[in-house]
Design a protein around this ligand. Structure first.
Ligand code: 5GP
Length: 146
C-alpha cells in the first residue's frame, strides 16, 4: 500500500477499537488507545492509536490527533520504563509499505530496548506471535504504572 489510499474500516486496529478483536490493553482516554503488539520486537512492545482519526499515516494526520497520540506514547513509555527497566526506548512510526508499514491506521510503536539486544524491526517480531496469556499478564503489570 502506498502513501495514498482510502482508510480501510476492516484494518486490525479499527477492529480492535470496535471491540471485534481482542487486545492487551494498557491505557485509554477519550482520544487514544494503547495496547501490546502481538508480534513484539521486544518485551513490552506497545502501540498507540487515535480512537477517532481515520489517518492512515503521519502525512494525513490531524495535528490535534497527533498531539494526543504522542502524549499517550509518552505516558506509556514512562510506564514501560517503570515496569521493565529498559536501557532505552525506541519510538517509531512507519509510513507506506515501502517504509515497513503493514497496518494502515496511524500508530506509534514504543519498543523497550536493552543493551546488547536487537535495535531493528524484524518482519514478524523477534519471536513471532506472542502468547495471549503472557501478553495479558504483561499488560496488567504495565497498567499498574498508568
Ligand atoms: P507497522 O509495520 O504497520 O508499523 O506495524 C504494525 C504492527 O501491528 C506490527 O508490529 C504488528 O505486529 C502489529 N499488529 C498487527 N496486527 C495486530 C493485531 O491484530 N493486534 C495487535 N495487538 N498488534 C497487531
Amino acid at each position: 500500500m502506498s502513501l495514498d489510499g482510502a482508510y480501510d474500516e476492516g484494518n486490525p486496529f479499527a477492529l480492535i477499537l470496535a471491540g471485534k478483536i481482542p487486545s492487551a490493553k494498557l491505557y485509554e482516554d477519550e482520544h487514544t488507545y494503547a495496547f501490546l503488539d502481538i508480534m513484539p520486537q521486544s518485551k513490552g512492545h506497545s502501540l498507540v492509536i487515535s480512537k477517532w482519526s481515520k489517518a492512515r499515516n503521519l502525512l494525513e494526520m490531524e495535528d490535534d490527533a497527533l498531539a494526543q497520540v504522542m502524549a499517550t506514547a509518552k505516558k506509556v513509555a514512562i510506564a514501560l520504563r517503570q515496569a521493565l527497566n529498559p536501557d532505552g526506548i525506541h519510538i517509531a512510526q512507519f509510513n507506506g509499505s515501502a517504509a515497513g508499514q503493514t497496518v494502515f491506521h496511524l500508530h506509534v510503536h514504543i519498543v523497550p530496548r536493552w543493551e546488547g539486544g536487537p535495535v531493528g524491526f524484524s518482519t514478524h517480531g523477534q519471536g513471532g506471535m506472542a502468547d495471549a496469556e503472557e501478553l495479558r499478564a504483561l499488560a496488567e503489570s504495565v497498567r499498574a504504572f498508568l
